[in-house]
Structure formats: C-alpha cells, structure tokens
Design a binder for this molecule. Structure first.
Ligand code: COA
Length: 158
C-alpha cells in the first residue's frame, strides 16, 4: 500500500514544473498514479482527454507512472487504488495556505491519509499552468516552460 502514491491535479496543461515533480516522485516510489481531474473548479483550456494524452506522451519514459482521469473526491480515488499517500507541490507561501486547507479537509475525510509535499527545483518554482496560458494568450514565448508536444497542442488552439 505504501508504495503506490497518487499525484492529483488539473494539469491544464502539464509543464516542466509538473514533470520535475513527477520524475522525482517516480524515482522514490514503486508506482505513481497521476490523477487528472475531470471536474476541476477551473475552466480548462484542454479537455481531460487532451490533458491525459499529453501527460502520457511526456511520461512514457517512466515505466512506473500510470495516468488516469477522475471525478469526485481525491480520497475516494486514492481508496479505489489502494493508496493512502497523496503527492502535492508547494511553490511558495501562497500555495501553502491552499494546500494546508486541502490537507486538513482530506485528512478529516480519510484519517490515515498522508500528503507528501515536494518543493519544485529552484529554476522551475515560478511556473504555473495559468501563467503559461496568459503568456500564450498575449503572444509571448512559452516554449521554455513546456515540452514540445504541449507546445504543439497550444499552437493548435490558436
Ligand atoms: N510545477 C508547476 N506548476 C505547479 C507546481 C509545480 N511544481 N506546483 C503547483 N503548480 C501549479 C499548477 O500549475 C497549478 O497552476 P494553475 O492554478 O495556474 O493552473 C496550481 O499550481 C495547482 O493546480 P493543480 O495541481 O492542478 O491543483 P488544483 O489546485 O487544480 O487541484 C485537485 C486539483 C484535483 C487536486 C483538487 O481540485 C481536488 O482534490 N479535487 C477533487 C475534489 C476534492 O477531493 N477536493 C478536496 C476536498 S474539498
């Protein structure tokens, strides 16, 4: 049970920031399940099918990473996959408040749940999916924040 961990997120879209965390987590645990939210409160640019496809493409070199869509509560997804460990990333004190609240709610709902927080590698600590979408919208260069397949997916949205 301890060796399967869940990294939930919207991943709209996956960035080098997420990949940094994914590669580090995959090197520590036996199995990493990336749980892609189908029902996020966020209005997404990419459909869940597109987001899953991009993540699969960018994680295909990691043979212990599984990508799945989910709706409903993250803790139910974790239970369904026999895991009690969530992975989240905190980039700054701004993320901390949000993550702390989510940690408390999740732990209230599932008391043997653990959340392990990763800090991003310093050069990636300012990347966010919405920041990249804003830069793209205004015609800026986003190629250094995302892998090529994601860049191509952005170009198709023009
Ligand atoms: N690298 C790059 N970006 C990072 C990052 C890193 N290391 N760490 C955080 N981020 C960014 C993401 O890019 C994203 O940016 P954005 O807001 O600009 O898009 C943001 O930080 C975090 O987004 P994400 O990881 O996708 O999480 P989320 O806040 O959208 O939450 C769920 C998604 C699925 C975890 C959450 O909505 C959830 O648990 N939903 C299910 C319902 C539930 O169980 N809720 C809890 C009880 S109420």
């Amino acid at each position: 049970m301890k060796n399967t961990v869940i990294y939930p997120g919207t991943f709209d879209p996956i960035t080098y920031g997420h990949l940094d965390i994914i590669e580090r987590v995959a090197s520590i645990f036996d199995t990493l399940i990336l749980a892609v939210s189908c029902s996020s409160h966020k209005k997404t640019m990419f459909s869940v099918t597109e987001r899953i496809q991009l993540i699969k493409e960018e994680t295909k070199h990691l043979n212990n990473v599984i990508v799945k869509g989910f709706s409903g509560l993250t803790i139910d997804f974790a239970k369904d996959h026999n895991s009690n460990i969530l992975i989240r990333s905190i980039r700054s004190i701004l993320d901390f408040e949000y993550e702390h609240n989510m940690f408390n709610i999740n732990n209230h709902l599932m008391n043997n749940l653990e959340t392990i927080f990763f800090l991003p590698s310093p050069q990636l600590s300012f990347i966010s999916s919405s920041g990249i979408k804003k830069i793209f919208k205004h015609g800026g260069d986003i190629s250094s924040f995302i892998p090529k397949s994601v860049f191509i997916a952005f170009c198709k949205k023009k």
